[in-house]
Design a protein around this ligand. Structure first.
Ligand SMILES: Cc1ncc(COP(=O)(O)O)c(C=O)c1O
Length: 470
């Protein structure tokens, strides 16, 4: 019997021996009923202590690979050869960070929705997290209720009332794994009773994917420079949900004026539908005061969705949903069936982070930085393109839209941009009705350095200058 053990390996000798014999049995090298050497003999052959062999054999006996017959010896059990069994696999270690978008050296990516990751207050977060762990009564490590930690829901109630005018009680808040989970949860909550949902066109891929996954039927409502065209809300449909991003339409960046907000609420009331207000990045605003949420106008018709992906970082995966009373129990059941509840230590850390004023401080600091970046982008665009470009949606959020008016961004042009070291998201790519946004691209500036912003726009210019019209 040939068995090799590696004395330098981190795996114990017992485990190595157990694994080697098991592999030989499963692959058929050791045949059913074949007698194994005695523990003393094998120990001598391999230069190992007899105890090591005894322990490995005991484990194999316990799992049924081998059988000890009193007074006779130890034998391979019958019927456990497994066809195509791979005796061992090598675990590969790759030089990757495990990110969805691995950065490429020298490449500038204008993708949207990423805040400045260097700004995340690591030290403060770590300090609070440590204190939370040290002070936490053990009882709190048990399973929690599906809505999430009361502490966080309480702090959020006050925070959102102050900054977004949201009117709710902590019992109406459900903590989710980002806004993404809120979208699928709503699809699951409504698809059996009424799967008709109205969405803005264009809109985020994430919302489309989440709703389609739950069999909701999407009906697109066109948008213009003021957001959703409320004059085009269909009278012949009976929607259960109406998705909107009123404070910073994604992707076009427009802000829904109060007249349209009122029209939308009237329509929702008339149809007994709920408006789903996705308020993903409106804390950042550079002209005038933040616009109050739609939820503040009618808390009974609006489901409000928020996220910490933009004001802190996406890796946190903390979002929330504020529900009218009558939807709370259904949503709790769905959250419970998806993942029981969101991670508790992070929620408690975030609650204290808000309570001690760090979130306000962080938002103020971020706002200043993004205002600077937004202005830099606009200035650089004007320097290169003058009045050939129209800039849209720059008053809030962490991306803006450029309308090149007489340039068509087709697959070929995007490829040329890629070849010149830049990725730019296309608005058209987010549209359901195709053909209206081919002259528009988005610039996500949250996580790019000033140098990369200027360099990226310079590269866009160099590619576009080759096109006859520019
Ligand atoms: C329109 C919109 N809403 C919400 C989100 C936030 O998603 P999450 O909270 O799951 O990170 C995104 C992500 O980019 C988005 O584009």
């Amino acid at each position: 019997m040939y068995l090799a053990v590696d004395r330098k390996s981190k795996t114990t000798l017992i485990k190595q021996l157990y694994q080697a014999i098991k592999d030989q049995i499963l692959t058929g090298i050791l045949k059913p009923h074949e007698k194994l050497p005695s523990t003393r003999q094998l120990g001598k052959e391999l230069g190992l202590s007899r105890n090591v062999i005894i322990e490995a054999y005991d484990q194999l006996i316990a799992e049924g690979y081998i059988e000890a017959i009193e007074g006779s010896g130890t034998y391979v059990a019958d019927g456990i050869i497994l066809e195509n069994y791979k005796a061992s696999i090598q675990i590969k270690r790759e030089a990757i960070l495990g990110l969805r978008h691995e950065p490429k050296e020298g490449h500038i990516d204008f993708r949207t929705g990423v805040p400045n990751l260097d700004l995340f207050p690591k030290e403060i977060w770590a300090d609070i997290y440590k204190k939370i762990c040290q002070d936490l009564p053990s009882l709190q490590l048990d399973y929690h209720e599906p809505r999430g930690c009361y502490d966080l829901r309480f702090e959020l109630t006050h925070y959102l009332r102050r900054v977004r005018g949201v009117k709710c009680q902590p019992n109406q808040i459900l903590i989710t794994t980002g806004a993404a989970q809120a979208f699928t949860m709503l699809g699951r909550l409504f698809h059996l009773t009424n799967n008709c949902v109205l969405v803005e066109d264009p809109l985020s891929h994430g919302i489309i994917a989440s709703l389609e996954k739950t069999n909701m039927k999407l009906h697109a409502i066109p948008t213009d420079e003021k957001g959703m065209r409320t004059d085009l809300l269909p009278s012949n449909l009976q929607p259960s949900l109406i998705f909107t991003t009123p404070s910073h339409q994604y992707p076009t960046g427009s802000v829904l004026p109060i007249k349209r907000r009122v029209e939308l609420i009237r329509y929702a009331r008339h149809k007994s539908a709920y408006i789903v207000e996705d308020d993903y990045d409106s804390e950042f605003r550079y002209e005038g005061d933040p616009i109050a949420s739609m939820q503040s106008l009618d808390p009974t018709s609006v489901i409000y969705i928020g996220t910490f992906s933009k004001i802190l970082c996406p890796a946190l995966r903390i979002g929330y949903m504020i529900l009218p009373e009558q939807l709370i129990d259904g949503a709790k059941d769905i959250k419970y069936s998806e993942d029981l509840h969101s991670p508790v230590l992070e929620q408690l850390t975030l609650a204290r982070f808000i309570r001690e004023g760090y979130l306000d401080k962080h938002v103020r600091k971020s706002n200043k930085l993004y205002q600077h970046k937004s202005q830099l982008v606009i200035k650089t665009l004007h320097e290169f393109f003058g009045n050939q470009v129209k800039i849209i949606g720059h008053t809030s959020g962490i991306h803006l839209v450029i309308d090149f008016q007489n340039v068509i961004f087709d697959a070929n042009l995007f490829k040329q941009l890629q070849n010149n070291g830049i990725s730019v998201p296309s608005v058209e790519d987010h549209a359901i009705a195709k053909g209206l946004y081919r002259q528009q691209i988005m610039i996500g500036y949250g996580n790019l350095s000033d140098k990369d912003l200027v360099e990226g726009i310079t590269r866009i210019y160099k590619v576009l200058i080759e096109i006859p019209k520019i």
